[in-house]
Ligand binder design. Sequence first.
Ligand SMILES: [Zn+2]
Length: 279
Amino acid sequence: MMIQDIAPKKLNNSYSNKSVNTNSLVVISDEGKFLLKVDEKENTISYPTAEIIGIELEYTYLFSIDDEDFFFLNSGQEFTNPEGFEFYDMRALRKDYLYPKHYVFAAYTAYQLIEWYEGTKYCGRCGSLNEHSKTERAKVCPNCGKTVYPRINPAVIVGVTNSDKLLLTKYRTGFAHNALVAGFTEIGETLEECVAREVMEETGIHVKNIRYYKSQPWGIASDILTGFFCDVDGDDTITMDATELKYAEWVPREEIKLQPLEYSLTNEMMKIFKEGLSH
Ligand SMILES: [Zn+2]
């Protein structure tokens, strides 16, 4: 199960210029934190409605999940923090308050869109104030005509196999749990070339039989993560890049320790290898 697996619910993120109503859910973010009400007993989160925040304020439509519409509160407007709501960090959200799951996915997706809206207020070419396209999710410069669309950064996550062992890593900064080789694609590079390059740079290993597994949107870094498995090609001696990693080892299936956090593609890939299901 990954963060985007919210079936039978369904995300509809096609652009619409629909306007807010009293039942619309409002995403208010402040430097990676979200205004939410948390029920610690039930382990659930909820969003404020536009009625609670103030229907007279200005909002921008984000997306819907089934019949629930999500908007964000346009920046620079005063509002009163409604009772019971507080700002929560996204990472804590994923760890501690997992339900309903589509609300967690909504937070990640909203974050990426809000970042895009906030970062494209002005034209990157001439500096004029951009306008929203009337027909699609794009910003258009009324002065020079430059159009910008939401940008998604492709990245790879790589499970390198060596018979019944998997190449596990730990990154030097940030995330402290077992991970797989990962990195962003460079301009001019295919995903497969990126897989081979990242494995080589981080561990000095050559790979073959690169095969696609699954992908995962990851709004916190505006990524689309693409998961690949591949096999070691030739010498399996690891030469770790110590500037990036603090750990890189071949770990036998039965000794693989999964991440405590659910919902990530990395964790799912480690899990299916551990269970002998990788292909
Ligand atoms: Zn312009």
